[in-house]
Ligand binder design. Structure first.
Ligand SMILES: NC(=O)c1ccc[n+]([C@@H]2O[C@H](COP(=O)([O-])OP(=O)(O)OC[C@H]3O[C@@H](n4cnc5c(N)ncnc54)[C@H](O)[C@@H]3O)[C@@H](O)[C@H]2O)c1
Length: 388
């Protein structure tokens, strides 16, 4: 490892995703030889005391109090954006203009215009541009993709996917940035719906058209801030309007003829992080859920009569993508490994001068589905998804 090229990372933001990404940088070289080694060069944040504490805790060499300084610095190769959605575009565009590789959290942008501009700038700059749809990198999800691509399920007829949480159900939970349209773009839709849209695109294909319904159950909340993870603090009781969706559901028709039924909600009591899908094909079905993320449930129609039924594959065998890089079979992995897998591909792309997937094209295509869902809900009818 000692002689490998060092790739120096500057990260903007340092809270929930800041912690997840920092952890992945530290662990990446333990598990993957990508040809380069990430170095946690600097983290930036507007509150000096807090960003200094984050730099110490996560292990960054230095910190800045303005993200523009990260971009000016010659000793930084990659800008990692873990801020709320309203500043993704500005930071990514400046970083790519300066020739830096970019890792950007999802959803890529606030609007289609921003997402298009980001994709065009990425094409022009020719830098590696990753968008953090990390759930693709669960070995069980990668194995699902292999089964589908190898034809094991035959023609795909259905996907039904849900991303259900319950952390904002209490009406006194504050009006954090995730509930303010100007900062977040949309509510449950862009926050968690964006992930199941990406998984559906990854596993089944592009969505041609859709019809949706979006709802806001609690329309006013006390003002407040995120305080780490999915926790929040209030600011003394003043109320503000919630102007994003609390829940969304939609039906989709895929270009390949498959049908999709989707639901994203932060009002599904008891569902802490219920990101799950079932896919039904000509020769069988598969099921996955994040809270049991090592397992893929499979059913094959050619199993012997009398022995048919769903069975569980623990995707920790050497045959399962990424699994061999971690631990021996049965020694399960967790949420944080999805980021390590994503970063393995990102740094491999940097080492080899190639492109990572999912990239800004995927971010733009995901954004086009988000935009179509909003348009459909507003118009009350089926709408076509813009194809990037
Ligand atoms: N991939 C995933 O599974 C996943 C999970 C959670 C969040 N996210 C995405 O990650 C991003 C960050 O979410 P989070 O949960 O870490 O949020 P958070 O509120 O925990 O942290 C946001 C960070 O950005 C900083 N910040 C806020 N506004 C800023 C600005 N204008 N300029 C510079 N820095 C600013 C804050 O100080 C904080 O450090 C969002 O885009 C979110 O959608 C992705």
């Amino acid at each position: 490892m000692g002689n490998e090229r060092k790739i120096r990372v500057g990260m903007v933001g340092y809270q929930f995703m800041g912690k997840a990404h920092s952890h992945a940088y530290r662990d990446l070289p333990f598990f993957f030889d990508t040809g380069v080694v990430p170095v946690m060069a600097a983290v930036s944040g507007r509150n000096e005391k807090a960003v200094q504490a984050a730099a110490n805790q996560y292990g960054f060499e230095s910190y800045e109090t303005d993200w523009r300084r990260l971009i000016e610095r010659d000793d930084i190769d990659v800008i990692d954006i873990v801020t709320p959605n309203n500043v993704h575009a500005e930071i990514a565009l400046a970083a790519m203009e300066a020739g830096k590789h970019v890792i950007c959290e999802k959803p890529l942008a606030l609007t289609m215009d921003q997402a298009r501009e980001m994709k065009a700038a990425a094409d022009k700059a020719g830098v590696v541009n990753a968008v953090c749809h990390n759930y693709r990198f669960a070995p069980a999800v990668q194995y699902a993709k292999q089964l589908i691509e190898s034809g094991r399920l035959g023609r795909i007829y259905h996907i039904r996917a849900q991303y259900l949480q319950d952390w904002i159900m209490d009406p006194s939970f504050p009006l954090v940035w995730r509930l303010r349209k100007e900062v977040t773009g949309s509510g449950a839709l862009g926050d968690i719906g964006a992930h199941i849209i990406d998984l559906a695109r990854f596993l089944v294909g592009e969505i041609d058209e859709l019809v949706s319904e979006m709802t806001t159950f609690i329309k006013e909340r006390p003002l407040g801030e995120m305080s780490g993870g999915l926790n929040a603090s209030t600011e003394g009781g003043k109320m503000g309007e919630v102007d994003v969706d609390d829940a969304v559901s939609f039906l989709a028709r895929f270009q390949n003829g498959a049908m999709g039924v989707f639901e994203a909600s932060r009002f599904a009591a008891g569902n802490r992080n219920g990101n799950r899908f079932e896919i039904n094909g000509e020769h069988g079905s598969i099921r996955w859920d994040l809270e049991n993320m090592n397992n893929l449930h499979v059913y094959f129609t050619d199993d012997k009569a009398g022995q048919q039924g769903f069975r569980t594959i623990n995707c920790t065998e050497a045959e399962h993508p990424y699994a061999a890089a971690y631990w021996p079979a049965g020694h399960i992995i967790g949420y944080e490994h999805t980021f390590i897998g994503l970063f393995a591909e990102t740094f491999r792309a940097i080492a080899n001068g190639t492109q990572v997937k999912p990239d800004f094209e995927d971010g733009l295509r995901d954004q086009a589905v988000l935009a179509a869902i909003e348009a459909s809900s507003e118009a009350g009818r089926w709408v076509k998804v813009e194809q990037a």
